[in-house]
Design a protein around this ligand. Structure first.
Ligand SMILES: [Zn+2]
Length: 166
């Protein structure tokens, strides 16, 4: 079906110049919206509604697949890093609902929050040295004691053990 050729709309019978094709039949722009439910403005220069519907469905499926993949990645890393993610999220001082509610955590988005977000996507050992030092220090002071004390050193070692590091 070419545009520019006078034809008659399948729905209303009027002569049409700007032809849209839907289920193999010609329609004017208003009628095609009524029968297909697709808004013609969103089709741009496309005139074949069937192809456009397929295009939309494919795009939707791609987005869903990507979201599923991202969610799987987050779950994978939460499994490994969840203990530290939870600790860091709590440092930002807001309630949240792990682990099924991963997406509804709303935080103040400080330093701890941003590291926690990184830990949904990477290994603890892939944090920068600076990030790791700060987190280990925070942990060791909280569960050990003042910097340089034996308790602090012990907590640091335990932290490294939990991270799977020597
Ligand atoms: Zn019509």
């Amino acid at each position: 079906m070419e545009t520019g050729i006078i034809s008659n709309c399948t729905r209303c019978g009027q002569g049409i110049k700007n032809i849209f094709e839907y289920q193999g039949k010609p329609y004017g722009s208003e009628c095609v919206q009524i029968v297909s439910g697709i808004k013609v403005w969103e089709m741009g220069n496309k005139r074949n509604v069937d192809e456009y519907i397929k295009f939309k469905a494919d795009r939707h499926a791609q987005i869903e697949a990507r979201e599923t993949e991202e969610q799987k990645t987050r779950e994978y890393y939460y499994e490994k890093n969840g203990w530290l993610i939870d600790y860091l999220m709590d440092k930002d001082n807001k309630r949240y609902y792990p682990p099924s509610g991963i997406e509804i955590r709303i935080q103040e988005k400080g330093f701890c929050y941003s590291i926690a977000q990184e830990l949904f996507m990477k290994e603890i050992e892939d944090l920068t040295d600076r990030q790791f030092q700060i987190v280990a220090d925070m942990w060791s002071k909280e569960f050990g004691g003042r910097s340089g004390s034996k308790k602090y050193d012990k907590a640091w070692d335990e932290f490294c053990d939990k991270c799977g590091l020597e």
